[in-house]
Design a protein around this ligand. Structure first.
Ligand code: CA
Ligand code: CA
Ligand code: CA
Ligand code: CA
Length: 540
């Protein structure tokens, strides 16, 4: 039914265009035939007008594209004749469809070449915005993209309500009101000061602006999303691995809580942005950091990492995090206004996924300003942003998968983005996709696969094991559909540290009362080597 409705609207729109003397394809007529007429061959009247060819273009609507020799009669005269045939319901010219590009009214939008250039060396943002400009999923989940950076200019006036706040927390009362383990985390979180003081943002303000400066507010610029919630987590770039894990954990815990409470608590974080890293870092030396991307992904979060700003092959020299092998990490290099890879930008056929416009990408700057940003730091948030944008696609089947199987939804979004790149000669052979980010291709692919998404292969493991209650006050009942005997449970912190093992279990319940409140990963061992990973929130 949905398909029928869409096509009807298109036909209606075309008729409106006709009243304004729209251009049309010469020699071509569109006809809709009666349901039971499955061929144009029997239409004598058509043959009489030198029908050259016919092609079925919509089976459910029974719409055909006919080509005529119009040397004798014009398209309009042919249409008038066609209407005499009782098998033809509608006949009309084939109007030229110009892109219905959705263009925002932001003051400096014309400077944002990354979204549109007349030579098409852009990411087709306007076409994508025809479908959605961001916000929430079809089920009303408010989409959050997390920026881990040096803070943000909180006085910038082009973020509007696009900055995430923790509405369950009362700011500045020295109490952890929402009991999530972070005191007064209202504006976001700073691992530098252990508070929600996220001010700063010489680097973070442009990054956040690319993800989600407010669009179409007659002011400044627009982000990839006109509407989104940017969660700012302030870190310190020169910090150690523990700091990196701590910063990601804030986003991870928020999403785990969201998943486990069916959206009642926490935040619906779908992507994280790291426009920083450790040049020449070796993933083998950072197993916890790299493993974190899998944990983030299993909970529904895709992460984006900027690779080195140097003409280096990351496959050989290494880089953190962009050489980490996680399937939930998308790694990004830098292209410029001519749609070529910037010379001083990393690459790697095995490690670096795609390019995105970074060099000189126009966006917000701290000091309530605007200007060109650069490097892989500017490229990466375009990808982080499009992840969030895809979650807002108007596809009910996809929206349902997001909550029933967050990891599958993340992998689908990743695949649509990586398979939807624009092939680019400067990236071919030196990146895994050989292409540059495109916003419209992935969203079109998602929409055209919408109906079949629900029947895709589901990872049903998560449904086999049920923990209840979750959040738990200490006692957790573990049930499984297969009736496996429970043998052992290992409890990990979300950064992968083994905290506790419970063995020789005779019932189907365990007690984790002695652990502090927070989110944990449980590895559950059943008989016959069946193990399952799942998560629990402890809230005493
Ligand atoms: Ca374009
Ligand atoms: Ca709190
Ligand atoms: Ca508080
Ligand atoms: Ca704006």
């Amino acid at each position: 039914m949905k398909k029928l409705l869409l096509i009807s609207i298109l036909v209606f729109t075309t008729n409106l265009n006709a009243q304004r003397q729209a251009q049309f394809m010469e020699n071509e007529i569109l006809v809709q035939l009666k349901d039971n007429v499955k061929t144009t061959e029997g239409l004598i009247e058509i043959n009489a007008f030198s029908l050259v060819s016919s092609k079925l273009i919509s089976d459910p609507m029974n719409i055909w594209l006919l080509r005529f020799d119009t040397s004798e009669k014009s398209e309009l005269e042919i249409i008038q004749e066609l209407y005499k045939n009782k098998n033809i319901l509608v006949a009309q010219k084939n109007h030229r469809v110009t892109s219905r590009a959705t263009i925002p009214d932001d003051t400096f939008y014309d400077n944002q070449w990354q979204y549109f250039q007349t030579n098409d060396k852009d990411i087709d943002a306007e076409e994508a915005w025809d479908i959605t400009t961001g916000g929430s999923t079809m089920n009303g989940n408010v989409i959050v993209a997390s920026v881990l950076d040096d803070g943000i200019d909180l006085n910038h006036d082009d973020f509007g309500d696009n900055l995430w706040t923790n509405e369950a927390e009362i700011p500045n009362n020295n109490i952890d009101d929402d009991n999530n383990g972070y005191i007064d985390d209202y504006l976001g979180w700073s691992i530098v000061s252990n508070s929600d003081n996220i001010t700063g943002g010489g680097h973070g303000t442009p990054v956040a602006g690319i993800v989600g400066a407010q669009g179409n507010n007659s002011n400044g610029v627009t982000g990839v999303n006109w509407d989104v919630k940017v969660m700012v987590i302030k870190n310190n770039f020169n910090s150690n691995e523990a700091d990196v894990i701590e910063a990601y954990s804030y986003a991870l815990e928020a999403r785990m809580l969201y998943n486990s409470t069916d959206g009642a608590e926490g935040a619906f974080v779908v992507s994280t942005n790291a426009s920083w890293g450790v040049d020449f870092g070796d993933p083998a030396d950072a197993p916890l950091w790299c493993a974190l991307y899998d944990t983030l992904g299993e909970n529904g979060i895709l992460s984006c990492g900027a690779t080195i700003n140097g003409n280096e092959n990351v496959d050989i020299i290494g880089d953190l995090p962009t050489a980490c092998p996680s399937e939930y990490l998308i790694t990004v290099t830098n292209t410029d206004i001519t749609d070529n890879k910037v010379v001083n930008a990393g690459y790697g056929l095995e490690t670096i996924d795609l390019g995105a416009p970074g060099e000189g990408a126009y966006t917000t700057q701290s000091g309530n300003g605007y200007g060109g940003f650069g490097g892989t730091s500017g490229a990466t948030p375009h990808v982080t942003g499009v992840i969030a944008l895809l979650y807002s696609a108007p596809c009910q089947e996809f929206a349902d998968i997001i909550m029933s199987d967050p990891a599958l939804a993340a992998r689908l979004v990743r695949d649509f983005i990586l398979e939807g790149v624009d092939p680019n000669a400067s990236l071919e052979g030196i990146t895994t996709t050989g292409g540059r980010l495109n916003l419209n291709n992935p969203i079109q692919a998602l929409m055209s696969n919408c109906g079949s998404l629900a029947t895709n292969d589901f990872d049903t493991k998560s449904n086999i094991v049920t923990l209840h209650p979750n959040p738990s006050t200490g006692i957790i009942n573990i049930s499984n559909q297969n009736g496996f005997q429970l043998n052992k449970v290992a409890i990990y912190s979300i950064d992968g540290r083994l905290l506790k093992e419970i063995k020789d279990i005779s019932t189907n319940s365990i007690n984790i009362e002695e652990l502090v409140n927070g989110a944990y990963v449980l590895k559950i061992y059943f008989e016959e080597s069946n193990t399952f990973l799942t998560k629990i929130v402890l809230k005493k």
